[in-house]
Design a protein around this ligand. Structure first.
Ligand code: 4AD
Length: 458
């Protein structure tokens, strides 16, 4: 390190944290000498020079080693993912050349501290995870896959989207609560419950926080939560996880139309807030170049119209027969329809028999409920919501119809005893929202460490 050179500026993340040096910042410091830290994302030699793309999770920086610096043992044996400390002058890239943020660091000194080298040879990261590696192996090596450009962009977009939901709910005056994960009631049917011994009792991992959110309305007004939900799904599909992040909201004194309007507003506003960050917008457009803001209002389609559509288009039900009223629309059929229509759809008014016990019947047609699924091209259902039965007697009839013993739901039925109200809400699967937004084939690539049938590692 040459002490006669100008003192190196640190590129700061912000004024309050001068110790942190981030590669994405400091676009305007061309011409200054800086000290950066990061890992080798890519390296390439050109004659006697060496070009390194350094990354630190905040951005990328092109670094040039010239002369002696490119000829050291460390430089000649440099492996990807090696961590480096580099000093040099930031310069504009020459005309016609491209580099992140249009700048490059001309190094005059670098250091690879003890333990900072990344393995090479057979153990090199490029030999362990590559484009040709099988998806299952990539998931076993998720801790390394996460370092890749696609996975890291998806995770960074995920952070921004989750944050945007918080921002938008604040704007709409919803309050955040944190319901329990360990419960003794089910919400979405016994078939997907994960049970576990709980001291001397039986408990389950929650399938949805909805019932708990409903209990908050009276004291807190409209509420939401962002929590994990758990489903013991036994099928391997590209959109089912055993553990997923569930964004749920519950709104008081509303009608069904209000619920749909709110949902549309939240989804569009979340996209606006997230895309307002240029890095996030750039990542989304790189992952999903055809992305367009959804047109409002979303297409609204009744379940019965969807059945007609499926019949007209010759898409059979699970038994291979033409769809009829009362059929559950299976994943494949739902996706075919959504992809063909190719825009967000609010599918509403599902029959009572195929929906959860708590859903309110439509007074004008008691065969159906005030329920909604939001379907997105490429993924299908990303949101499920409804108005809730708000009358005590009606709720008990609904429990009986689905042969659920209401005694353990006393805290839920009590809501209808002490000042009930017309209310409704929904749950949005964050991984499914991201699979749509970032055009990922499967929700498994939209969570940090996916859990699904047959996988609980790493
Ligand atoms: O339609 P679901 O089952 O609705 C509920 O749980 C309601 N109680 C929510 C509420 O009204 N508060 O699930 C809601 C959403 C689905 O649309 C889907 O996006 C996601 O949760 N989801 C899953 N995501 C990944 N893996 C799974 N196994 C999922 N199951 C549901």
């Amino acid at each position: 390190e040459d002490p006669s050179l100008p003192k190196a500026e640190k590129i700061k993340l912000d004024e309050t944290d001068p110790a942190k040096i981030k590669l994405g910042n400091g676009q305007d410091v061309k011409g200054t000498r800086v000290r950066v830290f990061g890992r080798v994302h890519r390296e390439r030699r050109q004659k006697t020079n060496m070009f390194i793309t350094l990354k630190d999770g905040y951005g990328f920086m092109q670094v040039i080693l010239t002369g002696k610096l490119a000829a050291t043992y460390d430089a000649l044996t440099l492996t990807r993912e090696t961590s480096m400390e580099i000093l040099g002058e930031l310069r504009e890239v020459p005309q016609g050349a491209h580099a992140p943020n249009g700048r490059e660091l001309h190094a005059d000194y670098y250091r690879i501290h003890p333990g900072w080298h990344a393995a090479g040879g057979d153990d090199a990261i490029t030999n362990r995870v590559s484009k040709d590696t099988e998806h299952a192996t990539l998931l076993d090596l998720r801790h390394l896959t996460l370092r890749g450009e696609t996975a890291s962009k998806v995770m960074i977009v995920r952070d921004a989207v989750e944050y945007a939901f918080n921002v938008v709910y604040r704007e709409l005056r919803l309050r955040k609560v944190s319901p329990p994960a360990l419960v003794q009631t089910m919400v979405e049917g016994g078939a997907t419950l994960f049970g576990l011994p709980y001291y001397n009792e039986e408990a389950f991992l929650t399938q949805s926080s909805q019932l708990y959110l409903e209990t908050c309305l009276a004291s807190m007004g409209d509420v939401y939560c962002i929590e994990k939900s758990f489903r013991a799904e036994k099928s391997l599909t590209r959109r089912h996880l055993a553990e997923y992040t569930h964004i749920e909201a519950e709104l008081d004194f509303i009608h069904f139309g209000d619920l749909l309007d709110h949902l549309e507003l939240v989804m569009c506003r979340v996209l606006e807030v997230a895309m307002a960050d240029p890095t996030i917008k750039q990542y989304i457009m790189e992952l999903n170049p055809e992305f367009q803001m959804p047109e409002r209002p979303f297409k609204r389609m009744r379940y019965s119209e969807a059945i007609d559509w499926l019949v007209e288009h010759g898409i059979p039900n699970e038994e291979g027969e033409p769809h009829k009223f009362g059929d559950d629309i299976a994943e494949a059929a739902e996706r075919k329809m959504t992809d063909a229509i190719n825009r967000p759809i609010f599918l509403t008014h599902f029959p009572v028999e195929i929906k959860a016990f708590y859903m309110l019947k439509d007074k004008d047609d008691p065969r159906v409920t005030h329920s909604v699924d939001c379907l997105m091209p490429g993924v299908g259902e990303i949101v499920g919501g409804s108005m809730r039965i708000d009358q005590y007697d009606e709720l008990l009839v609904a429990f009986a119809r689905q042969e659920i013993d209401p005694s353990s739901y006393y805290w839920y039925t009590d809501q209808r005893k002490y000042g009930s109200s017309p209310h409704g809400g929904y749950g949005l699967g964050l991984e499914r929202f991201l699979a749509w937004l970032c055009k990922q084939h499967t929700v498994r690539d939209c969570c940090l460490y996916p859990r699904y049938f047959g996988r609980c590692k790493p």
